[in-house]
Design a binder for this molecule. Structure first.
Ligand SMILES: [Zn+2]
Length: 203
């Protein structure tokens, strides 16, 4: 059997509100227009908007299978792998480290793997497997959002309100994009895992 031509790994990253999911959806839609077969996955920790699709803040959606970890992603994907050209992964920061060798395996099987995820936590620390995925990717697209204080490009996700300090009016008010000058690390010793997800309602 001849070895397949290697595919490519693409990582779309940046803070919240930088349009990562929107860019992922755009690439997947273009692949479908090119008659490539697309499969999309997301961790089941993401309860934003829909259980069976990925969604951007600008209400673009794309069908997605929910899986609990990288091993489940593999189990869901491999039986139908011969029918798939492009694999999309949203909220990739919530996957375990096994997503890294899985991506390498897929790219050597000739697949195009497009992953979107936060590069840093609310403490501005590298987030889960994203830094390693950026390192092994063929292409990294780092998007910025807009600082909600000054309007400059924002690379940070600001978690707002330490517990009861702030009256939370809808979950949409829990996070903001911030530039370096206006970012303050969210330090919560009770939730250092930072696995809490936004539950933003579509507008
Ligand atoms: Zn700013």
């Amino acid at each position: 059997m001849t070895k397949p031509t290697p595919g490519r790994i693409e990582v779309i990253t940046g803070p919240m509100f930088s349009g990562k999911s929107e860019e992922l959806i755009r690439r997947l839609k273009r692949a479908r227009i090119a008659r490539q077969r697309v499969a999309c996955y997301k961790p089941d920790i993401d309860l934003r908007y829909h259980r069976s699709s990925i969604a951007s803040h600008s209400s673009q959606t794309h069908e997605a299978h929910t899986v609990t970890n990288a091993e489940r992603l593999r189990e869901a994907l491999f039986p139908q792998l011969h029918e798939v050209d492009v694999i999309g992964v949203d909220e990739a920061q919530f996957f375990d480290e096994a997503i890294i060798p899985l991506s390498v395996e897929l790219v050597h099987l000739g697949k195009r793997v497009v992953m979107a995820g936060l590069d840093t936590t609310f403490n501005a620390e590298p987030f889960g497997p994203i830094p390693a995925l950026m390192a092994i990717a063929d292409e990294v697209t780092k998007l910025s959002a807009v600082c909600m204080v000054c309007g400059q490009p924002a690379i940070h996700t600001q978690r707002l309100g330490q517990s009861q300090e702030l009256v939370v009016v809808g979950a949409a008010g829990l996070y903001e994009a911030r530039c370096r000058s206006h970012f303050q690390p969210y330090l919560d010793e009770h939730n250092s895992e930072q696995l809490e997800l936004p539950t933003i309602q579509p507008i």
